[in-house]
Write a protein that binds this ligand. Structure first.
Ligand code: AMP
Ligand code: MG
Length: 538
């Protein structure tokens, strides 16, 4: 618990800007779009906004900085986190990075609309970079405006916090502020340019260094900066790996690979689809980063992606994320290779990724099904048939797995019936009319098989329910909930944002008065742009 003494004011935040202090700066200081060489960042100031208004803040993220709620309600807070005021000790800058986008090397990307304000050292000595997103153009803005619209900022703000409360590594969000300035956007890239309300969020993470940060220096054969960056990363964020050097770079890659495998398993557990897993959107800390056209599986479908920009290839669909992460890790390995000049250790780690991912996934699937352990020989068939059933008749993934704890309870009793189980599962089915005789028989067979497996499992019943309910969330940030909050916010009502923030604070708890937030997606939202159809336009 946060105590009174641990609180400080904004003016007393302690900045310790290791990134700008220890890494090379761009020698040019004019804020114009260009290629930046031999430098990790360019100093740049946030754009002034005309009428900043605080729409929401996260008290939990503020607490990481030792800022109490009252401090977040001050005018200074709004001025600082809209970009209008700098605090003493801040050193605003945009970082240089590159990346592979949709499988192709894209060259320099960089913080095109993100401006890092500085690194706070909190009272426990933890380091947090504060970063504004949507704070105006930088040398890395290419042909875009450096701004962000309210809808995408709201989505990133709420989803970052939702992910955190689900227990999944993520960058955090401190504040959501509307700027009062309009931003022109063509949401579906169909020639319909619209003015939308602008917004800025403040993101918080120990660092925003990405795979693409290493790639840009390697691609330019700037091995000097590559080494400085790698050594800085190890020293500052992975000190446990030891003194930078060949062995240590390999250890870094091994650890990033392990964390990335863990992250993929966690995304799959809750049905999260990132939507744009380009290498510039992969955090070196293994956190979820850059919330754009992401989405949550409603009907279970491994081929689903919310991102219209990726509709044809489905490169970043739900079911391919673990494999894509490995592809991205291979790009990171290529980037680090010049520091090591040996391929074998990287290849071994990349191969090991699959084994680590499989092991972690087996643990998670056992927990989702309420099994004390998973044995591939024994359990693979059970799991495979379950996912086939979920695909065949559109079934809401979140509701199904949450209901499974009830089903498991019924099944282990001596007296149970298919009908009881079906009743528990019913809220998960989108098309009950498609539940034909053949399907229901298959389901019965599966339930009988699951029952048999449960009865031989060592987990006690109360432990099983608890474990299942801590693994299978009741509430996720459903795409249509985001859209409803956006519609309201655009009409000037920020209450739904606050309510969702509160709801998603306890995603594993039953919240009886908020049952409706756990319901399956209403039909109107099936094909509505913004709900299930998103693009990179944000
Ligand atoms: P993303 O797809 O959001 O990961 O962005 C890819 C690259 O485009 C990054 O370098 C972003 O900073 C940049 N970018 C995206 N949107 C904008 C924008 N509105 N203005 C400037 N740069 C942008
Ligand atoms: Mg990005």
């Amino acid at each position: 618990m946060q105590t009174q003494q641990q609180n400080i004011t904004l003016e007393r935040l302690r900045f310790d800007n290791s990134f700008t202090r220890e890494l090379p700066a761009d020698s040019e200081t004019v804020n114009r779009r260009r290629q930046v060489y031999n430098a990790c960042y360019s100093r740049v100031r946030p754009l002034r906004v005309s009428k900043p208004q605080l729409l929401a803040f996260s008290p939990e993220t503020a607490a990481l900085l030792n800022l109490p709620v009252e401090e977040c309600c001050t005018e200074l807070f709004t001025q600082v986190f809209s970009g209008n005021t700098l605090l003493p000790g801040m050193d605003p800058h945009a970082a240089c990075y590159g990346g592979h986008q949709f499988g192709n090397w894209a060259g320099q990307l960089g913080d095109g609309r993100a401006i890092n304000l500085g690194e706070v050292l909190n009272l426990s000595g933890e380091r947090y970079m504060l970063q504004l997103k949507g704070a105006g153009p930088t040398p890395y803005s290419r042909n875009a405006d450096g701004l962000a619209v309210l809808r995408s900022s709201l989505r990133e703000f709420l989803c970052s916090e939702a992910m955190h409360h689900l227990g999944i590594p993520t960058t955090r969000a401190l504040s959501l502020i509307s700027t009062g300035d309009p931003v022109g956007r063509d949401m579906l890239y169909d020639g319909n340019l619209k003015e939308e309300p602008g917004a800025v969020i403040c993101r918080v993470a120990p660092t925003f260094i990405r795979f693409g940060t290493f790639e840009i220096f390697s691609a330019r054969n700037d091995l000097h900066t590559l080494k400085l960056l790698s050594d800085y990363t190890i020293r500052t964020f992975y000190p446990e790996l030891g003194v930078p050097g060949k062995a240590c770079y390999i250890s870094l890659f091994r650890e990033v690979s392990r964390r990335t495998a863990e992250l993929m398993v966690q995304w799959l557990r809750v049905g999260f689809v990132h939507g744009v897993m380009n290498t510039d959107n992969m955090s070196i800390l293994g956190q979820t980063i850059d919330y754009g056209p992401y989405g949550w599986l409603e009907g279970y479908d491994p081929a689903w992606t919310p991102n219209t920009t990726d509709a044809a290839g489905r490169r970043y669909c739900y079911g391919r994320q673990a494999q894509i992460a490995q592809w991205n890790l291979a790009k990171l390995a290529n980037a680090l290779y010049p520091l090591v000049e040996e391929t074998v250790p990287f290849e071994e780690i990349l191969q090991d990724y699959t084994r680590i991912f499989d092991q972690l996934w087996q643990k998670i699937i056992a927990a989702k099904l309420g099994l004390g352990s998973y044995n591939p020989g024994r359990d693979q068939g059970l799991v495979e048939e379950l996912f086939l059933l979920l695909i065949e008749v559109e079934t809401d993934m979140t509701i199904f797995f949450r209901a499974l704890a009830k089903v498991a309870k019924l099944l282990v009793r001596d007296e149970w019936s298919d009908a009881q189980c079906r009743q528990a599962l019913e809220p998960a089915w989108y098309r009950p009319d498609e539940l034909d005789q053949a399907y229901l028989e298959r389901l019965s067979t599966w339930l009988a098989r699951y029952r048999q497996r449960l009865r031989t499992d060592f987990l006690a019943e109360d432990k099983r329910s608890l474990r299942m309910n801590q693994t299978n969330p009741k509430y996720v940030f459903r795409n249509y909930l985001a859209q409803q909050a956006i519609d309201e916010a655009e009409a000037g009502n920020n209450q739904p944002i606050l309510e969702l923030l509160d709801l998603l604070r306890n995603p594993y708890d039953e919240q009886p008065e908020r049952e409706h937030f756990a319901a399956k997606r209403p039909e109107w939202a099936r094909n509505r742009p913004g709900s299930s159809i998103l693009s990179c336009s944000s």
